[in-house]
Design a protein around this ligand. Sequence first.
Ligand code: PEP
Length: 252
Amino acid sequence: MKEPIIIGNWKMNMIIPDALKLITGIKNKLSGKHDAEVVISPSFTVLNSAHIALADSNIKLAAQNVSFADKGAYTGEVSAKMLVDVGCEYVIIGHSERRQYFHESNKDCNKKIAVCLEEGLTPIYCVGETLAERDAHKTLDVMELQLREGLTGFKVHDIENLVIAYEPVWAIGTGRSAESKDAESVHGFIREICASMFGGVVADKLRIIYGGSVTDENIQSIMKEKNINGVLVGGASLVLEKFTKIVKYNEE
Ligand code: PEP
């Protein structure tokens, strides 16, 4: 298993000056050794400036979305090649806000994962059930469908570096994180499905991360779980003290 990965999803926040201020703070506070790979995911408009500002650090960049198409007449879209061009190494795909507001389906996610792999970008594939699905005890069915449809057609070597983010929709931005034990059992199930699709060897190495109201207060209990290999952080990633404490979860 690789080192844990901690990703800050800035969503549609921060213009360039604010972003550069936060990046400077993060770099200063994380200049020493820490146990996790750190990735930040600003808006498209900030990526180039962030890339330049991060050049002398080991903090990596993720985009929040990518076009399924590689180039051409797709007004308003941003291709995987363009993301590589501005220094991205990761792309968040299928975030629940994109599924909810932009009607992205598992099949759309599958196409987006394919274009990322083609360009050498690592997809962070988000899956997660809504509150209604959870209440109807459909969490595992939803996970299985999102994984089987989103990851169909790929080979073992394609998904070796993939990151899967389990983000229960009801926990995102609500202040109501999943209980670590509950998240752990869904993560275990996600690993089983991946093993059935790609074999146990690769599934055991996949980083499956949790997202949904992660804070500097609940990070330690989340990271204690065996099948939780990092976190995707929204709101708390915009606050310097909180994000850097989350990254240093092992030090306190
Ligand atoms: C997210 O946006 O992926 C997320 C998990 O948000 P929050 O941490 O604010 O719940």
